[in-house]
Design a protein around this ligand. Structure first.
Ligand SMILES: [Zn+2]
Length: 411
């Protein structure tokens, strides 16, 4: 440990692990409270106990899987696994950095997938199954995996190749070109995602419920929010957790409602949920989010430019050869403390936005009551944790705890 980078990297991994376990412990202790009054009409004692058991089961599993993850990350660093992999790729004799880089990333993805797939299998087919959330078959799981690999090869590989090319040929200013590349990519990906990627995983069909359709159209007209398509997505194919989302921008806005949402809520509640989503648009949360993450990635790429082929950083990973592709991986690990802080800030902003979107929904639909009952239903159905510890909220919650949202709506 004579190297400042190894102190930062090992320190950050261990610190993050310890902190997350302290938070987990606090969160488990915070479960031992009685049912908040607000929920006495939707939870009975048995269901409330079940929801607490769900949180406990999830937290214990997260403890186990994060322990395995930390042991995995530390051992591949300390035992020089990155170097073994790199040396192996160099013996293949491609003599082209970009191909070597793609192989390096590809093999890393496959190794970590092999190690962590059992965890996600256990989570879906044991835990979620036990609590009645899982609707996925093993066949869907496997076909999802195959499609994801297909997308990695079709979309991920070319963009990565381009990125490596920029870093190799554009010298000190490469980070600016890469930044522009990534920004344009995320804009181009929007329509590609809607038209090609999302339909690979789910079926979208037009909303047939006439009276709901009418209600939504009336509302959208009232608030001057033109929608080109209202669709139903078969979310029930995978899980009974429900949701609604918007996609597209400008004149081409579309709504996708999960079939599970339509099944479990009445029309006014669905409208209140939609109005919340519209709120995110109207209050420019989406736009500010895009700008903030653009700034954040700009800063990250700028810092990264100082760590390309940094010998001291490569020493931490016992590497014999310098390369741009490995620099990117090592930098992303070194960046852990900053990305933790960023995550903390982004979650804070997101929670603030959620309150604002709730208020928008309540104002434009004329009453907070439908959103409140929708939130309650969602919480019951998802066996949501009613009493999360505040430290857990601060670090991990992109949405405020449901009791706080309801209290704010009532004001
Ligand atoms: Zn929201």
């Amino acid at each position: 440990m004579d190297n400042i980078y190894s102190i930062i990297i090992i320190g950050a991994i261990v610190f993050e692990y310890c902190l997350s376990n302290i938070i987990r412990k606090l969160n488990l202790n915070a479960l031992h409270t009685k049912l908040p009054n607000e929920f006495s009409d939707v939870f009975d004692k048995e269901l409330y106990n079940k929801s607490q058991l769900y949180t406990q089961t999830k937290e214990k599993f997260a403890y186990f899987s994060s322990t395995m993850m930390v042991l995995f990350s530390l051992s591949i660093i300390l035992f020089g696994v990155y170097n073994i992999l790199d040396e192996y790729i160099l013996t293949l004799g491609f003599n082209a950095d970009i191909i070597n880089g793609l192989l390096f990333y590809g093999i890393l993805i496959i190794i970590s997938d092999l190690i962590f797939t059992p965890f996600s299998l256990y989570n879906i087919f044991v835990i979620e199954e036990k609590f009645g959330f899982n609707k996925m078959t093993l066949k869907t799981f496997i076909s999802d995996k195959i499609k994801s690999y297909f997308l990695i090869i079709l979309i991920g590989a070319p963009i990565t190749a381009l990125l490596l090319y920029f870093f190799k040929h554009f010298g000190d200013n490469a980070w600016i070109y890469v930044w522009i590349l990534l920004m344009s990519f995320s804009i181009i990906m929007q329509p590609i995602f809607i038209l090609f990627v999302a339909p690979l995983f789910n079926k979208f069909s037009p909303l047939k419920n006439e009276s709901l359709l009418k209600k939504i159209e009336n509302y959208m007209q009232e608030i001057k929010f033109p929608i080109t398509k209202i669709e139903v997505m078969d979310g029930s194919k995978r899980s009974s957790h429900s949701n609604a989302y918007f996609s597209g921008f400008g004149k081409n806005k579309r709504i996708a409602l999960f079939d599970t949402l339509i099944e479990s809520m009445d029309e006014d509640e669905i409208l209140a949920v939609l109005a919340h989503e519209v709120g995110h648009y109207k209050l420019k949360h989406i736009q500010t989010g895009i700008i903030l993450s653009a700034i954040q990635s700009g800063i990250m790429l700028f810092i990264l430019s100082f760590f390309i082929n940094n010998q001291a950083l490569f020493d931490v990973f016992h590497m014999n050869n310098l390369s741009i592709y490995a620099s990117l991986v090592f930098f992303s690990i070194l960046y852990t403390p900053i990305s933790m802080i960023m995550g903390f800030i982004f979650n804070y902003i997101s929670r603030k936005n959620e309150f604002e979107a709730d208020e928008y929904s309540s104002q434009t639909t004329g009453s907070p009551e439908y959103l409140i009952s929708a939130l309650k239903k969602l919480t019951v159905e998802n066996l949501g944790n009613l009493t999360p510890h505040w430290l857990n909220v601060a670090f991990n919650y992109s949405h405020p705890p449901v009791v706080e949202r309801i209290n704010a709506l009532k004001k």
